[in-house]
Unconditional design. Structure first.
Length: 180
C-alpha cells in the first residue's frame, strides 16, 4: 500500500466522521484463552490465533512473547503506524521508521513480595529513528503530532478506567476488578 493509498483511506474515514460524528466511537476486541502452564492463545478479528508464553525463569517454555513484551511491541508498532499515517496526510516522505522500546519492571511487584512495588512497568522508554528526505523542522512537527495522537502511547500515559467481571464455574460473580 502506498502513502497515497493510506492518505485516501484515512481522509475517507475522517470525512465519514465529519459527516456523522457518532461513527467515531470504535470498539476493539481481543479474546484470550489459557491453554496450559503459563501459555495462552489470543485471537483478534479473523486473524489466526497467536501464542503468548513466558520465559523459563517465569515458568514458561519461551515459545512466544510474554504479555508485557506485547505491550512494548504495541507501543512501538502503533507509533510506527502513526508516523506512516500522519506522514501520508501531511505529505511527508519517510524512508525508514523504527522504534526500540524498553520497559522496566520490578519482579517483586509481580510476585507480591512488596506491596509498595507495582506489578506493572515503572517506566517505559523508547528510541525512535526516522529517516526521511524532509527537513528536520518538518520531521519535528510530525513527531509532535504522532506523540500527541498515538492511541497506545495515550493509553499507557493516561490513567484510564479498567473494569471487569468474573464467572466462576459458569456463575457470574459480578464486577471484581477495582475501578480507579
Amino acid at each position: 500500500m502506498s502513502q497515497e493509498t493510506v492518505k485516501q483511506a484515512l481522509m475517507a474515514t475522517i470525512e465519514a466522521i465529519q459527516k456523522n460524528p457518532k461513527c467515531s466511537n470504535a470498539v476493539f476486541r481481543a479474546s484470550t484463552e489459557w491453554t496450559d502452564d503459563v501459555r495462552c492463545l489470543f485471537k483478534i478479528r479473523e486473524f489466526a490465533p497467536m501464542s503468548v508464553d513466558e520465559p523459563a525463569a517465569l515458568g514458561g517454555t519461551d515459545v512466544a512473547p510474554n504479555p508485557v513484551e506485547l505491550v512494548l511491541a504495541a507501543l512501538g508498532t502503533c507509533q510506527e503506524i502513526m508516523y506512516s499515517a500522519y506522514a501520508a496526510v501531511m505529505g511527508i516522505q519517510l524512508t525508514k521508521v523504527s522504534v526500540d522500546v524498553k520497559g522496566y519492571l520490578d519482579l517483586k511487584g509481580l510476585f507480591a513480595m512488596d506491596e509498595s512495588v507495582p506489578a506493572g512497568f515503572r517506566k517505559i522508554c523508547y528510541d525512535t529513528s526516522i529517516e526521511s528526505p524532509a527537513d528536520s523542522e518538518t520531521i519535528r512537527k510530525l513527531v509532535q503530532v504522532v506523540e500527541s495522537h498515538c492511541p497506545v502511547y495515550d493509553t499507557l500515559a493516561r490513567a484510564i478506567e479498567v473494569t471487569g467481571s468474573v464467572s466462576i464455574n459458569g456463575k457470574a460473580e459480578g464486577a471484581l476488578c477495582p475501578t480507579a
